[in-house]
Write a protein of this length. Structure first.
Length: 63
């Protein structure tokens, strides 16, 4: 029992809620970016070369 307490005392405290919140925020930004890019492409406002545009449309269509 004493050994477990000593080991637990050496384990650093990790702010899991902050790490989880950071990951959720990054995911939210990525999702909004993909939605925005898809909207720009469908509106014809994105200025991309034709080859890149067609491959990007295929990727976004799969989503």
């Amino acid at each position: 029992m004493g050994m477990a307490r000593r080991v637990k005392a050496y384990i650093p405290h990790w702010p899991w809620h902050e790490i989880f919140g950071f990951c959720v925020a990054i995911l939210f930004v990525v999702i909004l970016s993909v939605i925005g890019i898809k909207a720009l492409i469908l509106a014809g406002k994105a200025h991309l070369p034709q080859k890149e545009l067609s491959s990007l449309l295929q990727i976004l269509h799969a989503l």
